[in-house]
Design a protein around this ligand. Structure first.
Ligand SMILES: [Zn+2]
Length: 583
C-alpha cells in the first residue's frame, strides 16, 4: 500500500483541520493513536478507527479518499483522474524501468503523442518529471489517483504480467488494510484515547473553578506540570503532573487542535484561541500560545475575562478617581497612560475605558501585543515586531485611518512616544501603558524618552498607576498577629493611626481553599494633569513638587489607598508588602 509522505500528510491534515471536516475529538483520538505522526494519522482517517470497545466491528472511514485526492489536487495543482486497471496501457508501463515504478509508486498508464501520462498517489512525485523524461524520452504529465485505484491497478493481473513481477504477487496484491494496520501503540499505551480529551477538559474546567487567569503547561526532563496563575501568583497543580508527563505529546496535540494550531508544526511558536464552556454553560474565551523548548513545547493559555468585569465602575476605583478617569476618556483629545507591573490589571483598566466610550459613532483602533480581549466594534491589530509591524508603524498607519480613539499596547521607545504625543495633540484620545513605578514617575519617564516638557504638559491628561492585590477572605477574617505596631509604622502608618488598631488577615477556611484570600482588589492612584500639575511639569519640577501640585486635586498615592484598605480589613499587611512596598 502506498502511504502519503509526512509533508503531504501534514498539508492534508492542516486543510482538514482548517475546514473542520473532522471533529476535534476525533482528530485528537487519531493523533493520539498515530503518536502524532501525520502520515499514519491520515492513513487512520482514511481507514477509520477500529472500535476499541468492540473489536468485531469493521472501521468506518472518517474521510473519503476522494476528498483527500481533491484536496491534494488543489494544493499541488495537479490534475486528478479516475484510473481503472483496464486503462493502463502495457506500452506505457514499458516506458519506465520496473524497478523505478515499484520504488517510486508511480504508474505510467498512457502514451499519447509526445506525452507519457503517469499516475501517482503522492503529488511530490511530480519532481521526478525530468528523470522520467530522460528515461522515456517523452514529456511527462502527472495525474493524481486514489490509493485504492493505485492498489487495484498494481494488483491487476495484466499489469502484473506487464511488469513481470509475478514473484512479488503477494506483496502487490496485498489489500490496503494489512500494511496500514495501526502499529502497536506507543510506550505510554493509552488504552482509551478519550482519556486525553477528558484530561484536557479537566484542566480547563479546574482553571475556571480556581479563578485562574492563566494556565501553563510545562515539560521538564524528569517531570511535567500544570500551573495556574491565581490572583497573580503561579500555583502548581500537582494532581495533573503524572498523567501529563506520561502523555505529554498527546495532551499538547489536543490543546493545539482545540486552539486551531498546526499540529504538525513543532519548531515554531504559534498563537491560537480556545473557546470552551464553563460549568454554567457560558463561553470562556482564551488566548493560546505554544512555544517550542528544549524538553518539548510549552503552552500558555490566558483566560480572557468576559464583559462584566470590564466595567470601569466595578474594578475598584474610588468614586472621585473614577470621575477623573471618565472625564479624561470622554474628552475629545489627550493622552491617558496606565502604568503598573505585569499582572496589575492595566489591560482591564484600558479595556474598561474603551468599553465605556465604545459606540458605533466612535472609531476606535487598537495596536496590541498580544490582543487580550475582543470588543465588538473595535479595529484591533496585533503588533508583530518580527515582520516589522511595530507599535510605531501601526500607529502611523492608524493616523491615516481617521480614528477618534487609539489604544497602543505599550509605549516602549522614542519613536512610539513621539507619534503618540503628536496624536494626542491633534484631536485624538490616546490610551497606552508605560513601565513606571507610579503615576508621578511617569512624567520623568516621558522626559527621559525625549519628550519636551511643554509637549507633556499639553498632551498628557491623566495617569493611572495601579496594583492588583488579593483580598482577605471575609469568611475567616481574624486579627493578624504579625501586624505589630512597628510593622505598621514601617509601611507608613503614623503612631496615632495605629493607636488601638489591629490589622486583619484571612486565616484560611473552606471558602478560600485555606489560602486566607478570596477575590482581588485593584489599587489605583489617579493623577490628573490639572493647571497646577501642568505648571510643575513645565518647569520640570522634582517628584515631591509635582505631588504637592497634585494634592490640590485630592491625589492619593497607591500606598495611601492601600493603607485605607488595611484599615477596613480588605487588605492584609502581608499583601500590602507584596504589592505596594518598593524595594
Ligand atoms: Zn477563608
Amino acid at each position: 500500500m502506498v502511504e502519503y509522505t509526512k509533508d503531504v500528510a501534514d498539508r492534508v491534515l492542516r486543510i482538514l483541520q482548517a475546514s473542520g471536516q473532522v471533529e476535534e475529538d476525533k482528530m485528537t483520538e487519531i493523533m493520539v493513536r498515530a503518536e502524532s505522526r501525520s502520515a499514519r494519522a491520515l492513513g487512520l482517517l482514511m481507514e477509520g478507527l477500529d472500535d476499541i470497545h468492540d473489536p468485531g466491528v469493521a472501521p468506518v472511514p472518517l474521510i473519503e479518499e476522494e476528498l483527500v485526492v481533491n484536496i491534494l489536487s488543489r494544493a499541488y495543482a495537479l490534475r486528478r483522474k479516475n484510473l481503472a486497471p483496464g486503462d493502463v496501457a502495457p506500452e506505457a508501463l514499458a516506458s519506465l524501468p520496473n524497478e523505478m515504478i515499484e520504488r517510486e509508486h508511480i504508474l505510467p498508464f498512457a502514451r499519447e503523442g509526445r506525452f507519457l501520462r503517469v499516475a501517482t498517489v503522492d503529488p511530490t512525485k511530480a519532481t521526478l518529471a525530468n528523470q522520467i523524461k530522460a528515461l522515456s524520452n517523452q514529456n511527462v504529465e502527472f495525474f493524481l489517483i486514489k490509493p485504492s485505484e493505485f492498489n487495484a491497478c498494481m494488483g491487476h493481473d495484466e499489469v502484473k504480467a506487464a511488469l513481470g513481477k509475478r514473484q512479488e504477487k503477494e506483496k502487490a496484491a496485498a489489500p490496503a488494510r494489512t500494511q496500514a494496520q495501526p502499529r502497536k501503540r506507543s510506550s505510554y499505551d493509552i488504552d482509551d484515547p478519550s482519556v486525553v480529551i477528558k484530561f484536557v477538559d479537566d484542566i480547563l474546567h479546574q482553571s475556571i473553578a480556581a479563578d485562574a487567569s492563566d494556565i501553563h503547561v510545562e515539560p521538564y526532563r524528569e517531570t511535567a506540570r500544570i500551573r495556574f496563575r491565581v490572583n497573580g501568583v503561579l500555583e502548581a497543580q500537582e494532581q495533573f503532573s503524572e498523567f501529563l508527563f506520561k502523555n505529554y505529546l498527546p495532551v499538547v496535540t489536543r490543546f493545539k487542535i482545540l486552539a486551531d494550531c498546526d499540529i504538525s508544526e513543532k519548531r515554531l511558536p504559534q498563537d491560537g484561541a480556545i473557546t470552551f464552556k464553563d460549568a454554567e454553560g457560558n463561553d470562556v474565551d482564551t488566548r493560546f500560545n505554544v512555544l517550542p523548548g528544549k524538553n518539548g513545547e510549552r503552552i500558555c493559555i490566558r483566560l480572557l475575562k468576559g464583559d462584566p468585569s470590564l466595567s470601569i465602575d466595578k474594578i475598584g476605583f474610588k468614586e472621585g478617581d473614577l470621575q477623573k478617569l471618565i472625564d479624561a476618556i470622554t474628552a475629545p483629545q489627550g493622552m491617558v497612560l496606565v502604568t503598573g507591573p505585569t499582572g496589575s490589571g492595566k489591560t482591564t483598566t484600558l479595556y474598561g475605558a474603551l468599553q465605556y466610550i465604545n459606540d458605533p459613532g466612535t472609531n476606535i483602533m487598537t495596536a496590541e501585543d498580544p490582543v487580550e480581549y475582543y470588543l465588538e466594534g473595535l479595529g484591533q491589530t496585533q503588533a508583530n515586531e518580527k515582520i516589522g509591524l511595530s507599535f510605531s508603524s501601526i500607529l502611523r498607519a492608524f493616523l491615516r485611518q481617521d480614528p477618534e480613539v487609539i489604544l497602543v499596547g505599550e509605549i516602549r521607545d522614542q519613536e512610539t512616544v513621539e507619534i503618540a504625543v503628536k496624536a494626542a495633540l491633534t484631536g485624538h484620545l490616546l490610551l497606552s501603558t508605560l513601565h513606571t513605578n507610579d503615576a508621578i514617575a511617569t512624567i520623568s519617564r516621558l522626559l527621559n524618552m525625549g519628550v519636551p516638557s511643554f509637549m507633556i504638559s499639553a498632551a498628557l491628561s491623566l495617569v493611572v498607576a495601579q496594583r492588583l492585590a488579593r483580598k482577605n477572605c471575609a469568611s475567616c477574617l481574624a486579627p493578624d498577629e504579625k501586624a505589630t505596631p512597628s510593622a505598621l509604622e514601617y509601611i507608613g502608618f503614623t503612631s496615632e493611626e495605629i493607636q488601638g488598631f489591629q490589622a486583619q488577615k484571612g486565616q484560611g477556611c473552606s471558602a478560600c481553599d485555606g489560602t486566607g484570600y478570596k477575590g482581588r482588589q485593584g489599587i489605583y492612584e489617579v493623577l490628573r494633569v490639572t493647571p497646577e500639575v501642568e505648571e510643575a511639569i513645565l518647569k520640570q519640577a522634582q517628584a515631591p513638587e509635582i505631588l504637592e501640585a497634585a494634592r490640590t486635586d485630592n491625589f492619593m498615592t497607591m500606598q495611601e489607598v492601600g493603607r485605607d484598605y488595611i484599615r477596613n480589613g480588605v487588605l492584609s499587611l502581608e499583601e500590602f508588602t507584596r504589592v505596594l512596598v518598593v524595594n
